[in-house]
Design a protein around this ligand. Structure first.
Ligand code: 2HA
Ligand code: ZN
Length: 271
Protein backbone atom coordinates (compact mmCIF):
# COMPACT_ATOMS: atom_id res chain seq x y z
CA UNK A 1 0.00 0.00 0.00
CA UNK A 2 1.43 3.35 -1.06
CA UNK A 3 0.84 5.79 1.78
CA UNK A 4 0.49 8.69 -0.64
CA UNK A 5 -2.61 6.92 -2.03
CA UNK A 6 -4.40 7.03 1.34
CA UNK A 7 -7.84 8.63 1.11
CA UNK A 8 -6.97 10.62 4.26
CA UNK A 9 -4.02 12.24 2.51
CA UNK A 10 -6.17 13.07 -0.52
CA UNK A 11 -8.82 14.66 1.70
CA UNK A 12 -6.22 16.63 3.60
CA UNK A 13 -4.64 17.96 0.39
CA UNK A 14 -8.03 19.07 -0.94
CA UNK A 15 -9.11 20.71 2.31
CA UNK A 16 -5.86 22.60 2.81
CA UNK A 17 -6.30 23.99 -0.72
CA UNK A 18 -9.85 25.10 0.11
CA UNK A 19 -8.62 26.73 3.31
CA UNK A 20 -6.06 28.70 1.31
CA UNK A 21 -8.66 29.86 -1.20
CA UNK A 22 -10.76 31.13 1.71
CA UNK A 23 -7.81 33.26 2.78
CA UNK A 24 -7.48 31.40 6.08
CA UNK A 25 -4.15 29.72 5.32
CA UNK A 26 -1.66 32.59 5.47
CA UNK A 27 1.97 31.48 5.91
CA UNK A 28 2.06 28.56 8.38
CA UNK A 29 -1.37 29.30 9.89
CA UNK A 30 -3.52 26.33 10.81
CA UNK A 31 -3.10 22.59 11.35
CA UNK A 32 -5.09 19.41 10.74
CA UNK A 33 -5.15 15.96 12.32
CA UNK A 34 -7.00 12.78 11.36
CA UNK A 35 -7.33 9.65 13.49
CA UNK A 36 -6.70 6.78 11.09
CA UNK A 37 -8.99 3.76 10.97
CA UNK A 38 -9.42 0.59 8.91
CA UNK A 39 -6.71 -0.32 6.42
CA UNK A 40 -4.86 2.95 6.96
CA UNK A 41 -4.54 2.23 10.68
CA UNK A 42 -3.67 -1.45 10.20
CA UNK A 43 -0.72 -0.50 8.00
CA UNK A 44 1.02 1.25 10.92
CA UNK A 45 -0.08 -0.98 13.77
CA UNK A 46 2.07 -3.77 12.39
CA UNK A 47 5.26 -1.78 11.94
CA UNK A 48 7.93 -0.86 14.45
CA UNK A 49 9.15 2.72 14.31
CA UNK A 50 12.86 3.14 13.70
CA UNK A 51 12.63 6.46 15.42
CA UNK A 52 12.84 7.24 19.13
CA UNK A 53 9.73 7.95 21.17
CA UNK A 54 8.76 11.52 22.02
CA UNK A 55 7.03 12.15 25.30
CA UNK A 56 3.84 14.19 25.63
CA UNK A 57 3.32 16.71 28.47
CA UNK A 58 0.12 14.82 29.44
CA UNK A 59 -1.36 11.37 28.96
CA UNK A 60 -4.32 10.58 26.70
CA UNK A 61 -4.96 6.90 27.51
CA UNK A 62 -8.09 6.97 25.27
CA UNK A 63 -5.73 7.22 22.29
CA UNK A 64 -3.29 4.42 23.20
CA UNK A 65 -2.18 2.67 20.02
CA UNK A 66 -3.98 5.11 17.73
CA UNK A 67 -2.33 6.59 14.65
CA UNK A 68 -2.83 10.12 13.39
CA UNK A 69 -2.07 11.87 10.15
CA UNK A 70 -0.94 15.33 11.31
CA UNK A 71 0.31 18.42 9.48
CA UNK A 72 3.88 19.41 10.32
CA UNK A 73 5.02 22.41 12.32
CA UNK A 74 5.86 25.48 10.23
CA UNK A 75 4.15 23.97 7.19
CA UNK A 76 2.48 26.35 4.73
CA UNK A 77 -0.93 24.92 3.76
CA UNK A 78 -0.38 26.04 0.18
CA UNK A 79 2.55 23.60 -0.13
CA UNK A 80 0.83 20.48 1.22
CA UNK A 81 -0.48 19.15 -2.10
CA UNK A 82 2.88 19.49 -3.87
CA UNK A 83 5.10 18.33 -0.95
CA UNK A 84 3.05 15.88 1.12
CA UNK A 85 6.03 13.90 2.47
CA UNK A 86 7.64 17.07 3.87
CA UNK A 87 4.38 18.71 5.00
CA UNK A 88 2.64 15.75 6.63
CA UNK A 89 3.44 12.87 8.90
CA UNK A 90 1.90 9.94 10.71
CA UNK A 91 2.42 9.46 14.44
CA UNK A 92 1.52 6.48 16.62
CA UNK A 93 0.58 6.98 20.26
CA UNK A 94 2.25 4.54 22.69
CA UNK A 95 0.45 1.99 24.84
CA UNK A 96 0.18 4.37 27.83
CA UNK A 97 -0.98 7.34 25.76
CA UNK A 98 1.87 9.53 27.04
CA UNK A 99 4.24 9.49 24.05
CA UNK A 100 4.37 9.08 20.29
CA UNK A 101 6.63 7.87 17.50
CA UNK A 102 6.81 9.28 14.00
CA UNK A 103 5.93 6.47 11.57
CA UNK A 104 6.00 8.22 8.20
CA UNK A 105 6.58 11.65 6.63
CA UNK A 106 8.04 14.86 8.08
CA UNK A 107 10.82 14.40 5.53
CA UNK A 108 13.70 16.83 5.83
CA UNK A 109 13.62 17.00 9.63
CA UNK A 110 10.05 18.08 10.29
CA UNK A 111 7.83 17.25 13.25
CA UNK A 112 4.12 17.43 14.12
CA UNK A 113 2.25 20.72 14.50
CA UNK A 114 2.98 23.03 17.45
CA UNK A 115 -0.70 22.54 18.39
CA UNK A 116 -0.34 18.76 18.82
CA UNK A 117 -1.38 19.09 22.48
CA UNK A 118 -4.72 20.72 21.65
CA UNK A 119 -5.35 18.19 18.87
CA UNK A 120 -4.59 15.07 20.91
CA UNK A 121 -6.38 16.18 24.07
CA UNK A 122 -9.42 17.09 21.96
CA UNK A 123 -9.28 13.80 20.02
CA UNK A 124 -9.28 11.95 23.35
CA UNK A 125 -12.46 13.75 24.45
CA UNK A 126 -14.24 13.51 21.09
CA UNK A 127 -13.41 9.82 20.64
CA UNK A 128 -15.16 9.20 23.97
CA UNK A 129 -18.18 11.52 23.61
CA UNK A 130 -18.87 10.59 19.97
CA UNK A 131 -18.29 6.85 20.59
CA UNK A 132 -15.45 6.85 18.09
CA UNK A 133 -17.26 8.74 15.32
CA UNK A 134 -15.25 11.97 15.31
CA UNK A 135 -11.91 11.46 13.60
CA UNK A 136 -10.92 14.85 12.20
CA UNK A 137 -9.80 18.11 13.80
CA UNK A 138 -9.16 21.25 11.77
CA UNK A 139 -7.62 24.37 13.26
CA UNK A 140 -7.68 27.36 10.94
CA UNK A 141 -7.52 31.16 11.01
CA UNK A 142 -11.10 32.04 9.96
CA UNK A 143 -11.03 35.76 9.21
CA UNK A 144 -14.57 36.67 10.20
CA UNK A 145 -14.82 34.60 13.38
CA UNK A 146 -11.52 36.09 14.53
CA UNK A 147 -12.79 39.61 13.79
CA UNK A 148 -15.98 38.88 15.71
CA UNK A 149 -13.97 37.92 18.80
CA UNK A 150 -13.02 41.62 19.12
CA UNK A 151 -16.56 42.93 19.25
CA UNK A 152 -18.71 40.31 20.98
CA UNK A 153 -18.37 39.31 24.64
CA UNK A 154 -16.25 36.14 24.90
CA UNK A 155 -19.24 34.08 25.98
CA UNK A 156 -20.36 30.72 24.59
CA UNK A 157 -24.12 31.44 24.77
CA UNK A 158 -23.79 34.98 23.35
CA UNK A 159 -21.62 34.07 20.34
CA UNK A 160 -23.66 30.92 19.67
CA UNK A 161 -26.96 32.82 19.70
CA UNK A 162 -25.61 35.64 17.49
CA UNK A 163 -24.49 33.12 14.86
CA UNK A 164 -27.73 31.10 15.03
CA UNK A 165 -29.68 34.31 14.35
CA UNK A 166 -27.84 34.94 11.09
CA UNK A 167 -29.36 32.08 9.07
CA UNK A 168 -31.46 28.96 9.67
CA UNK A 169 -28.63 26.63 8.72
CA UNK A 170 -26.51 27.56 11.75
CA UNK A 171 -28.72 26.07 14.45
CA UNK A 172 -29.18 22.94 12.33
CA UNK A 173 -25.46 22.46 11.70
CA UNK A 174 -24.22 23.33 15.18
CA UNK A 175 -27.05 22.90 17.69
CA UNK A 176 -24.29 22.16 20.21
CA UNK A 177 -23.12 25.78 19.80
CA UNK A 178 -19.65 27.25 19.58
CA UNK A 179 -17.47 27.08 22.70
CA UNK A 180 -15.66 30.37 23.26
CA UNK A 181 -12.27 30.81 24.89
CA UNK A 182 -10.28 33.88 25.86
CA UNK A 183 -6.90 34.42 24.18
CA UNK A 184 -4.19 32.00 25.33
CA UNK A 185 -0.63 31.25 24.28
CA UNK A 186 -0.68 29.14 21.08
CA UNK A 187 0.76 25.66 21.45
CA UNK A 188 0.61 25.71 25.26
CA UNK A 189 -0.69 22.94 27.48
CA UNK A 190 -3.13 25.51 28.93
CA UNK A 191 -4.79 26.19 25.55
CA UNK A 192 -4.94 22.44 24.90
CA UNK A 193 -6.62 21.65 28.21
CA UNK A 194 -9.14 24.50 27.93
CA UNK A 195 -9.99 23.46 24.35
CA UNK A 196 -10.54 19.82 25.21
CA UNK A 197 -12.78 20.81 28.11
CA UNK A 198 -15.04 22.73 25.69
CA UNK A 199 -14.91 19.82 23.22
CA UNK A 200 -16.86 17.77 25.79
CA UNK A 201 -19.93 19.75 24.70
CA UNK A 202 -19.13 21.57 21.45
CA UNK A 203 -17.71 20.54 18.06
CA UNK A 204 -16.62 24.11 17.38
CA UNK A 205 -14.27 26.03 19.67
CA UNK A 206 -13.36 29.66 19.06
CA UNK A 207 -9.91 30.82 20.15
CA UNK A 208 -10.36 34.57 20.62
CA UNK A 209 -8.09 36.71 18.41
CA UNK A 210 -6.59 33.58 16.88
CA UNK A 211 -8.91 31.10 15.08
CA UNK A 212 -11.25 28.15 15.31
CA UNK A 213 -11.10 24.42 15.96
CA UNK A 214 -13.71 22.13 14.50
CA UNK A 215 -14.24 18.40 14.77
CA UNK A 216 -16.38 15.72 13.18
CA UNK A 217 -16.37 12.34 11.43
CA UNK A 218 -14.74 13.48 8.19
CA UNK A 219 -12.97 16.37 6.53
CA UNK A 220 -15.92 17.51 4.44
CA UNK A 221 -18.25 17.80 7.41
CA UNK A 222 -15.73 19.61 9.58
CA UNK A 223 -14.86 22.05 6.81
CA UNK A 224 -18.59 22.63 6.16
CA UNK A 225 -19.19 23.32 9.85
CA UNK A 226 -16.38 25.87 10.02
CA UNK A 227 -17.36 27.45 6.70
CA UNK A 228 -20.95 27.91 7.88
CA UNK A 229 -19.92 29.48 11.19
CA UNK A 230 -17.51 31.85 9.44
CA UNK A 231 -20.14 32.86 6.88
CA UNK A 232 -22.55 33.70 9.71
CA UNK A 233 -19.78 35.73 11.36
CA UNK A 234 -19.20 37.58 8.08
CA UNK A 235 -22.88 38.45 7.81
CA UNK A 236 -23.00 39.61 11.42
CA UNK A 237 -20.03 41.93 10.84
CA UNK A 238 -21.79 43.35 7.76
CA UNK A 239 -25.03 43.83 9.70
CA UNK A 240 -23.10 45.61 12.47
CA UNK A 241 -21.35 47.83 9.92
CA UNK A 242 -24.69 48.60 8.31
CA UNK A 243 -26.03 50.02 11.57
CA UNK A 244 -27.11 46.88 13.46
CA UNK A 245 -30.06 44.49 13.40
CA UNK A 246 -33.61 45.73 12.95
CA UNK A 247 -34.96 42.16 13.20
CA UNK A 248 -33.63 38.63 13.45
CA UNK A 249 -34.82 35.04 13.92
CA UNK A 250 -36.47 35.17 17.35
CA UNK A 251 -36.04 32.73 20.23
CA UNK A 252 -39.49 31.28 19.48
CA UNK A 253 -38.59 30.85 15.82
CA UNK A 254 -35.31 29.14 16.75
CA UNK A 255 -37.26 26.74 18.97
CA UNK A 256 -39.69 26.02 16.13
CA UNK A 257 -36.77 25.36 13.80
CA UNK A 258 -35.15 22.97 16.26
CA UNK A 259 -38.42 21.12 16.68
CA UNK A 260 -39.08 20.87 12.94
CA UNK A 261 -35.64 19.35 12.31
CA UNK A 262 -35.46 17.38 15.54
CA UNK A 263 -32.24 18.90 16.90
CA UNK A 264 -31.49 19.67 20.52
CA UNK A 265 -30.10 23.22 20.76
CA UNK A 266 -27.65 24.32 23.45
CA UNK A 267 -29.98 25.39 26.29
CA UNK A 268 -28.01 28.40 27.53
CA UNK A 269 -28.07 29.96 24.06
CA UNK A 270 -31.80 29.78 23.49
CA UNK A 271 -33.39 30.55 26.88
O1 2HA B 1 0.71 26.52 13.09
O2 2HA B 1 -1.91 28.05 13.58
O3 2HA B 1 -1.89 28.01 16.18
C1 2HA B 1 0.39 27.80 13.30
C2 2HA B 1 -0.83 27.92 14.10
C3 2HA B 1 -0.71 27.90 15.55
ZN1 ZN C 1 -3.34 29.01 14.79
Amino acid sequence: MNILDFTSIDNLKRTSGEICSKGWGEANGGNISIRLTGEELAHFQEHQSAEKEHSLPYAVPELAGDCFLVTGTGVFFRNISTSPEESLGIVRINSKGDGYSMMWGYDGGGQPTSELTAHLLSHGVRKRVSSGRDQVIIHTHTTNLIALSFVLPLSTPVVTRELWEMMSECLLLFPDGIGVMEWMVPGSLEIGLATSQLMEKHRLVLWAHHGILGTGPNMEQVFGLIETADKAAEMLLKVMAAGGKRQAISADQLKKLAKAFNVDPLKEAID
